[in-house]
Write a protein that binds this ligand. Structure first.
Ligand code: MRU
Length: 322
């Protein structure tokens, strides 16, 4: 695969067939490339909960296909909506896609939602690359690549675009405990694209910043409140605090479908608590899957519309999917 390209086409990540929504099983990557077929909206909801497919926009795209499948099967669409909506609480793209499918639950509409998300990624990636200087060493967290968006990627898409422009020297990849989306998925995507990178333990980020080896932090988002407070994978908040301490910008790259103007601030964002056994099978544990980074720690939020700066209540106001 060539420089700056991912190995996966959007339809390899998530697609609708006549009798099923087909998902690339992200739990098994990168060692095993295998599909999971979901023959009902209920089975798809289980797969989303189990993180066969994950990443805010990809969850929304999958849910849109789930409604289209239910519609072609003559199934109860309200029930399909209900089970899908309840599958994961934090990423607002899920509710956005389900709301969007209400008026037109057809396969064509779901495929258009998918194609639009990929196109949004390309646009916000180009906007983000415009923020970076030559020789950038970026640090990213979790996976906000094509796997997480159904193609191209948000934060990883921005890294691809910067690399293609010759601006990106290196990417530090947080391993992203406990499910290792960074060490398994982002590292695999960067390797495929030929982008120099190194996986680090999450706890190594601050000392690399202190050593002057990081120029900026770039992540995706699961939900951005109206005031700019941003929920993303657990650990993003610590990165934001550390980035501020070291004078480094944190850029959040996310489509307008991740912006939730109905949620006033971070306190109102529901945070998913996952099974403690993902952290340790042996001892008592807590497993919040996301945290909220206060808007004041974010240098810019980049959507397909462009670069939004503080005060976000003004710069995000009226944002709609484009
Ligand atoms: O629990 P996950 O793997 O679904 O969490 C994903 C993230 O936190 C991503 O950073 C976010 O969804 C942005 S994806 C473009």
């Amino acid at each position: 695969m060539g420089r700056g390209h991912l190995s996966l086409e959007p339809e390899q990540i998530v697609r609708l067939e006549d009798d099923a929504v087909v998902l690339l099983d992200q739990r098994l990557l990168p060692d095993t490339v295998e599909d999971v077929r979901c023959a009902t909206a209920g089975a798809l909801a289980d797969a989303i909960r189990a993180m066969v497919v994950r990443g805010a926009p990809a969850i929304g795209v999958a849910a849109a296909y789930g409604i289209a499948l239910a519609s072609t099967q003559g199934a109860d669409l309200d029930e399909a909506d209900r089970v899908l909506r309840a599958s994961r609480p934090t990423a607002v793209n899920l509710a956005w896609a389900l709301d969007a499918m209400r008026d037109d639950p057809t396969p064509e509409h779901a495929r258009r939602i998918h194609a639009d998300e990929v196109e949004r990624c390309r646009r916000m990636a180009a906007h983000t690359a415009g923020l970076l200087a030559s020789g950038t060493r970026a640090l990213t967290h979790c996976n906000a690549g094509g796997l997480a968006t159904g193609g191209y990627g948000s934060a990883v898409g921005a890294l691809l675009a910067a690399f293609e422009r010759g601006l990106l020297d290196h990417v530090w990849v947080d391993e992203t405990r406990p499910l290792l989306q960074g060490a398994r998925l982002t590292a695999w995507e960067l390797e495929t694209a030929g982008i120099p990178h190194a996986v680090i333990a999450d706890s190594a980020a601050a000392s690399l910043m202190a050593a002057g080896e990081v120029d900026c932090v770039i992540t995706g988002a699961d939900r951005i409140a109206a005031n700019g407070d941003t929920a993303n994978k657990i650990g993003t908040y610590s990165l934001a605090v550390n980035a501020r301490h070291h004078g480094l910008p944190l850029y959040i790259v996310a489509p307008s479908t991740t912006v939730d103007l109905a949620t006033p601030d971070g306190d109102a964002i529901p945070i998913e608590e996952r099974d403690a056994s993902e952290v340790t099978p042996r001892f008592a544990a807590r497993n919040p899957a996301f945290d909220v980074t206060p808007a004041e720690l974010i240098a810019a939020i980049v959507t397909e519309h462009g670069v939004h700066r503080a005060p976000y209540a003004e710069s995000l106001a009226g944002l709609v999917a484009a």
